[in-house]
Design a binder for this molecule. Sequence first.
Ligand SMILES: [Zn+2]
Length: 428
Amino acid sequence: VARVDVTGALEADDGDRSDPQDADALVLPGFVNAHSHAFQRALRGRVELRSAARPHDDFWAWRTTMYEDARRLEVDDVEALAAWAYADMLKAGFTTVGEFHYLHHDRGGRPFSVPEMSLALARAAAAVGIRLVVLETAYARGGPGRPLTEAQRRFAFSSAEEFLAHAARAREALAPLGAQVGLALHSVRACPRPFIEAVAAAAHAQELVLHVHACEQRRELEECLAEHGIGPIALLEAAGALGPRTTIVHGTHVDAEDIARLAAAGCTVCLTPSTERNLGDGLCPTAELVAAGVPLCVGTDSHARIDLVDELRSLEDHERLRMERRNVLVPPGGRLAHALIPAGTAAGARALGAAIEEDRVVVDMPIEGRAADAADAAIGLDAWLVGGSSRDVRDVVVAGRTVVSKGCLAADEGDIAARARRVLHKLA
Ligand SMILES: [Zn+2]
């Protein structure tokens, strides 16, 4: 077999013939899905239409439908949708998921006595065998000067202290299920500055990762500028929220000064190319981030598509279209794998504070490659990144345990699909 490390480098055939099926396979590190909203999987296929009454469709129109779903979901529904999304992630080669979780309260907006929704996510992850980091997400308001809408009441806490107490309870409740907890700020839109400061200080003091949606939509930048006189990244910096454990999700509309701030603070940027494309967000200046030394990771976000190969190659493909060049993110003297494999593995693991050393993913070697020769294997790996898909994933091992074997999940896929279908019928 040909082994690939987290830098995208290859070792030639190690002579292991214990399993003849593996003789011509690529053995990769575990991949990390650093940004997930599991319940949004339910929107796939239901939002690809243009209403005659409201012909202009964009992120905000999509969000209205997403909120309608969010209002109606019970704890069991969230567990069923998460098991479905997480099962597909595992089969795609993701061994770890970061769940950016803000659907905290019951349907009336009242807090549960225990963190029921976080527990539902952890049960779903444990049932399929994926490693989970729940990013407990702070949410406080509908926007600058805007009260919460009815749907948003399920997301919100009345104070940062109340939110941090919830996150601490979740951390305690999830530990026995093997799930980790990190912190998130939904956005500068949903969190006023004192809230951002308090959550950032807690993340720093407790050495927890901190994720934030930022600069996804131009309207967010305009509103932030109107409220604070500075943009979202400058505000996060001023509020103490940037640092080596901070991950900025999207960063679509960052400018040169923002990029310098992110680089100086040691932040990671998480892109979700298939979702950003589906929602019409725009193109992130990814090449400029890489040139400044900002690590990139990826997530499947709304899960319209769960395919790690597509997510990774889209980092490069979108830059080729934006800049009218080739091999934009590839380091000089390097290959495509050197740009993409670290984003799919080590950078995501670092962004979530997760350990993936005991994970591996076995993929069929494309016909261009040969495991017996490292140079040929490198061609096979890049052929997979350019032209392959997650369907080529054969085996997946999480923390030493095989959870996908010959493309089949160890967990009961029929049961997972039946439960998800019941939720889809309810939402339809
Ligand atoms: Zn998101």
